[in-house]
Design a protein. Structure first.
Length: 297
């Protein structure tokens, strides 16, 4: 199974061969640093929302309950679903989910194994930038070669009331979803040093699943290793077309799956290579969109 550091996996029940999930869209106070909370919108008490994991061929039903003060929807980003289940009510037959109501999205998984995302497609400029997003992973049923499998989703935020360059003090901060000026950056809803490290063991084959759904692009860089680019937007890349890299640009709306062999022991950074994105409100020291790979001794 895939591990999403700092984010839970969404549980399900099975009835008559159908997997039933439930997502609650609601206001969320997300702790991005110790005592530092952003007042956003998320799913099931989390920003990003819990990771959905399924298999090819699964028939699934996802009940989305709206506890927000305005209508919402969910778009299943990159998934081949019927038009009425695609979640874009401004132009499709998909419904708007009004406050206090719910809608059951149901469809069969026809995409190949790979990494996708989900996010709001109502009032997108506001709702996505308040945190309505999450990961959606289609698992390989018979995979044996991957020892560690991690999903990392990148976010950017504009916390109100912060002066540029001042230390971020504990408190609850409102967000400005309509600005292009961001002062905090997170992986899976956490800023370094609060990001949870990814443990690996020597000779592990490690997969990193990378995704972004908001505004910025993020060149994600690994130290001490080279990775093989395996999948793009959940689609497999033919063996003869795969390339080795140590930095990959994750544009908004994209996912990339990369794999590498853990053969260089130590504590290794993995981070966005835009310098502003690895700071906390542009202060001294490492912060933001930064995490580590840690070899077990």
């Amino acid at each position: 199974m895939v591990i999403t550091p700092d984010i839970p996996t969404l549980k399900y029940t099975i009835k008559n061969g159908i997997k039933y999930f439930e997502l609650v869209a609601e206001p969320v106070n997300q702790e991005i640093l110790p005592g530092v909370f952003i007042k956003g919108w998320g799913y099931n008490g989390s920003i990003p929302g819990p990771t959905i994991q399924v298999y090819p061929g699964d028939y699934i039903s996802i009940r989305v309950i709206n506890h927000l003060p305005e209508a919402t929807s969910i778009h299943w980003h990159g998934l081949n679903v019927p038009n009425v289940m695609d979640g874009v009510p401004d132009v499709e037959p998909s419904p708007r989910i009004e406050p206090g109501h719910y809608f059951d999205y149901h469809f069969r998984i026809t995409n190949p194994p790979g990494t996708h995302m989900y996010h709001s497609h109502v009032n997108v400029a506001k709702q996505d930038m308040l945190g309505l997003l999450g990961g959606f992973v289609i698992l390989e049923p018979y995979e044996k070669n991957i020892n560690k499998d991690y999903l990392l989703l990148m976010q950017e935020w504009s916390l109100k009331g912060l002066k540029k360059g001042e230390k971020v003090k504990p408190g609850h901060y409102h967000l400005d979803p309509f600005t292009m000026e961001f002062n905090m950056f997170t992986i899976n809803g956490k800023s370094f040093p609060s990001t949870t490290p990814m443990p690996v063991e020597y000779d592990d084959i490690v997969r990193l699943r990378l995704g972004a759904i908001q505004i910025n692009h993020h060149p994600m860089h690994i130290h001490g290793h080279q990775f093989l680019v395996e999948k793009a937007d959940g689609n497999p890349i033919a063996d003869q077309n795969r390339i080795f890299k140590n930095t990959i640009l994750v544009a908004t709306g994209e996912t990339w799956d990369v794999i590498f062999t853990a053969n260089n022991p130590g504590i290794w950074p993995f981070h966005c290579h835009i310098s502003h994105h690895i700071s906390n409100n542009f202060t001294d020291g490492t912060g933001g969109m930064f995490t580590t790979l840690v070899y077990k001794l």
